[in-house]
Design a protein around this ligand. Structure first.
Ligand SMILES: [Zn+2]
Length: 337
């Protein structure tokens, strides 16, 4: 991975040298080299140190250590130098949160979360990522955010989730950028019940999920296909205990790809839960980092064909911090390709 980073940087340096050959009389100042680097980057990395201050109970697996492990791995591998770093805007996202959640839920989160402002900042991170890819600042984006969101419905905190970041991001992309068809692919070990709930009757947002049925929140049956106009726009593809790369890749290839080819999404959002990875503390799937790379590649293939390569990926679960960091590295390496 280090080599990959180095070769990317050499390319940037040679681009700068080409600029000199083309007639620049003085070497490029440092800031210009940064501009060149940004121009050649295509993956935005959305993160705020404030995400570390969100705390659940002592010893809880959804802890700041998750993000710390990701940051360390990206630093050690050199991958961080290749990313366009974006901090979420410190602006109250309640206007957008209320497109998905009721006032009652928002008030409940105010009481339940130790730092509700960080829950709102996670949403702001998701919105910043949509802005980055929809304005062309980046081709794709990964949000290293906490708390996660895909279990959140309208009943207060659920499964470590407060606000449904990915669902709010989809509503935001539709309203702000006029997108008509958005695909959400959720490969978290757990079913994204909150996302399904949000768009169950909505044909403009296609929801696809792989997960284990016999695990929290015990939803995600394959006969749940959507309702009314939304019928056919919800695919649950549960997998058995021990599901490996082949099992999850087959589900994406055989169930998601044909449906997405019909749907032709203008933007793809990923609920990137890395608790589907082997050795997770809360999951019992056996997906490897190569499997994660392949899933990412498939999504990028779809996005390349239908969505002008626009992919926004949001961190959901993943509780073995070492494994999580490696999986994110694999995911980002592919997003950068
Ligand atoms: Zn999960």
């Amino acid at each position: 991975m280090k080599d990959e980073g180095i070769s990317r940087r050499s390319f940037i340096r040679s681009a700068a040298a080409a600029g000199l050959a083309a007639g620049f009389s003085t070497p490029l100042p440092a800031f210009a080299e940064n501009l060149i680097k940004d121009k050649n980057s295509k993956t935005a990395f959305i993160y705020s140190d404030k995400y570390l201050s969100h705390l659940l109970s002592e010893g809880h697996p959804e802890s700041p250590k998750r993000l710390e492990a990701i940051l360390k791995r990206l630093r050690d591998s050199g991958l961080e130098d290749d990313l366009i770093k974006i901090a979420p805007e410190d602006k109250d996202a309640t206007e957008w949160i209320s497109k998905v959640h009721s006032e009652k839920h928002i008030k409940l989160v105010e009481k339940q979360a130790r730092s509700p402002e960080i829950c709102r900042l996670a949403v702001s991170g998701a919105l910043a990522a949509v802005d980055a890819v929809c304005t062309g600042k980046a081709k794709n984006a990964f949000c290293a955010l906490r708390p996660p969101g895909h279990h959140a419905t309208d009943t207060g905190e659920y499964g470590f989730c407060f606000f449904n970041n990915v669902a709010i991001a989809a509503k935001f992309a539709k309203e702000k950028y006029g997108l008509k068809r958005i695909l959400i692919a959720d490969w978290d070990f757990h079913h994204g019940n909150g996302t399904e709930w949000t768009f169950y009757e909505d044909p403009s947002v296609f929801f696809f999920s792989t997960h284990k049925l016999e695990a929290f929140p015990f939803t995600g049956f394959p006969d749940r296909k959507g309702k009314g106009e939304g019928y056919g726009f919800n695919i649950n593809a549960p997998l058995p205990s021990g599901a490996d790369d082949k099992a999850i890749i087959d589900a994406f290839e055989n169930k998601l790809l044909p449906a997405a080819e019909n749907f032709k999404p203008e933007l793809i959002l990923i609920s990137a839960g890395f608790d589907c990875r082997k050795d997770d503390l809360l999951g019992d799937f056996k997906v490897t980092d190569k499997g994660i790379a392949r899933l990412t590649e498939m999504i990028m293939g779809l996005a390349g064909t239908y969505s002008k390569s626009r992919v926004v990926s949001l961190l959901e679960g993943g509780y073995n911090t070492g494994g999580l960091a490696l999986a994110v590295e694999s995911h980002l390496t592919m997003l950068l390709k």
